[in-house]
Ligand binder design. Structure first.
Ligand SMILES: Cc1cc2nc3c(=O)[nH]c(=O)nc-3n(C[C@H](O)[C@H](O)[C@H](O)COP(=O)(O)OP(=O)(O)OC[C@H]3O[C@@H](n4cnc5c(N)ncnc54)[C@H](O)[C@@H]3O)c2cc1C
Length: 487
């Protein structure tokens, strides 16, 4: 009886213990229960801790996010996972007093004008009055209102080509590069607009002018917000803003995922060094141990996935290897409130590359979320590196921090030395979806589908944010368990 049970049981190995691997393992077990499949799950993580790039810590009453700090609410997979993990009551929204974000120009921090969304202004008056661009640049942006649309089916453009054509060079340098390029820490000259921001191409095709389309979008959103407020009878608006985190930082989500996977075999310090196909499934090498599995999930960056899939599917491996990654670092810096007298009520600021500074963005962590610093403290977090500034990473932690503080003095009038600071480096962690990514991704997904019991989850594929990766994990789990259930 026991032997029959063991034969029927399927073994899935998940490689990688970041959000992607941990959530896939969770969904595998959920799906197995729902579909009546007997399942054993093993999660193998190379490092000595769970979470991958996601981790938080506390120091002297400050809560530091080392990697991601927020989950966007509008992509449902992230919020659905929080609910399943029982974290929906422990979520924290961004501070309702936030007035938005800022953009650097010289030594000034300039509020992003109302109605401006990522690339284009939706309201002309606040944009026209903002000192973020020259009059010449603003007039060129306005030309978008009369420029013709590009023929449908024309070759793919990079973010830079698209913005330069519709809104001009200054819009690219002062708005699109820091705001959109900053999300991907990418060089806009190569970033795929159709993969990263397809809505702007659709706007051009549908409305011709981006400014006009943005205006319609802003009006529609306003009406929608009024309607839902009337429908709910609410007086105080939505419970959260666009982004949420957890009490105690996103480490809380990792801890909940680890607990939710308690029935899985979970191994840290276990780098997988090779993966082979066998007649009945897969064989993995971990240190001097061989592990056999009926199915494997590679929840790692595309580069290690390329190495691991080399002997299984060389063409797939080549496509995976062709997805570039950029490196970044985060620098958390704690101050006393009295050292920064005029900290704006903003989430933070982005720095256009043309400014030639040492950081690409800075989050006012203790303003963005409550309870991230003691009553008399301020926590800031700077981003360094990315595809356009990898050279800024080739310095010691000390030099990097000194340069960041020196930049901050210009914009925030910081006095004295910080209470403490920490640097966290993420080498080859930020996937760069470049022009042509859609074709590569299509090939990768079709090659993956043809391999039984094989799935790829990670930020090299459909999206780089946590909800994108969670959604991929859920899809992968459904596919693997449904195939087992059909046997
Ligand atoms: C600094 C920073 C800030 C970010 N901010 C946000 C944000 O605010 N919101 C948001 O939604 N997204 C953000 N992102 C993006 C998002 O965090 C990541 O895309 C996502 O967390 C990646 O999760 P993952 O599990 O796919 O990969 P990872 O977290 O990189 O995990 C992959 C794991 O695989 C392991 N591994 C690799 N090779 C092997 C092997 N051979 N054997 C075993 N294990 C292996 C690695 O050690 C790692 O732990 C940010 C990313 C960074 C770096």
């Amino acid at each position: 009886m026991q032997q029959a049970h063991a034969l029927a049981m399927k073994h899935v190995v998940v490689i990688g213990g970041g959000v992607g691997g941990l959530s896939t393992a969770y969904f595998l077990q959920e799906q197995a229960r729902e579909q009546g499949v007997e399942l054993r799950v093993t999660i193998l993580e190379a490092r000595d801790r769970w979470g991958g790039v996601t981790s938080s810590s506390t120091q002297d009453g400050f809560t530091l996010e080392h990697g991601p700090d927020s989950v966007i609410r509008t992509k449902p997979a992230g919020m659905a996972l929080f609910k399943k993990l029982g974290l929906d009551e422990k979520l924290v929204g961004t501070n309702p007093a936030l007035t938005g974000s800022l953009i650097v120009r010289g030594t000034k921090l300039i509020p992003i004008p109302k109605g401006l969304y990522l690339l284009a202004p939706g309201r002309m008056l606040p944009f026209a009055l903002s000192p973020m661009m020259t009059w010449r640049g603003k007039l060129r942006t306005g030309l978008d209102l009369i420029l013709p649309r590009r023929a449908a089916g024309a070759p793919e453009e990079s973010l830079a080509q698209f913005v330069r054509r519709r809104l001009g060079q200054e819009s690219l340098e002062r708005i699109a590069q820091p705001l959109v390029g900053g999300i991907y820490t990418a060089d806009p000259e190569h970033l795929s607009l159709s993969h990263c921001m397809p809505q702007f191409l659709e706007m051009e095709q549908e409305h011709r002018s981006l400014i006009w389309a943005m205006r319609k979008r802003a009006n529609a959103m306003k009406k929608q917000a009024q309607k839902s407020q009337q429908a709910s009878g609410a007086v105080s608006g939505a419970r959260y803003g666009l982004f949420v985190s957890c009490e105690g930082g996103l480490q809380t989500m990792i801890a909940a995922l680890v607990t939710a996977n308690s029935e899985a075999e979970m191994c840290i310090n276990s780098p997988v060094t090779s993966l082979e196909r066998t007649e009945s499934g897969y064989e993995l090498q971990v240190s001097d141990e061989k592990i056999v599995a009926d199915a494997v999930v590679l929840a790692v960056q595309a580069q290690p996935a390329a190495l691991l899939s080399k002997n299984i599917h060389p063409e797939l491996s080549e496509d995976l290897a062709s997805i570039p990654y950029a490196s970044v670092a985060t620098v958390n810096i704690a101050f006393k409130k009295s050292q920064i007298k005029d900290l704006p009520d903003a989430a933070g600021f982005v720095v256009p590359a043309v400014e030639g500074r040492h950081m690409i963005a800075c989050t006012f962590s203790s303003v963005k979320y409550d309870n991230r610093a003691p009553e008399d403290g301020v926590l800031l977090r700077a981003f360094v590196g990315g595809a356009m500034h990898e050279g800024h990473l080739n310095v010691s932690d000390e030099t990097m921090t000194t340069r960041i503080i020196s930049d901050l003095r210009d914009w925030l009038k910081v006095e004295g030395e910080p209470l403490f600071s920490t640097v966290h480096r993420y080498n080859n962690a930020m996937a760069q979806p470049l022009v042509g990514h859609a074709q590569i991704l299509k090939r990768i997904r079709s090659q993956e589908q043809r391999l039984d019991g094989f799935a790829l989850v990670g930020n090299g594929y459909e999206g780089v944010g946590i909800p994108d990766i969670v959604a991929q994990g859920e899809d992968a789990a459904q596919r693997i368990i449904s195939a087992f259930a059909e046997l």
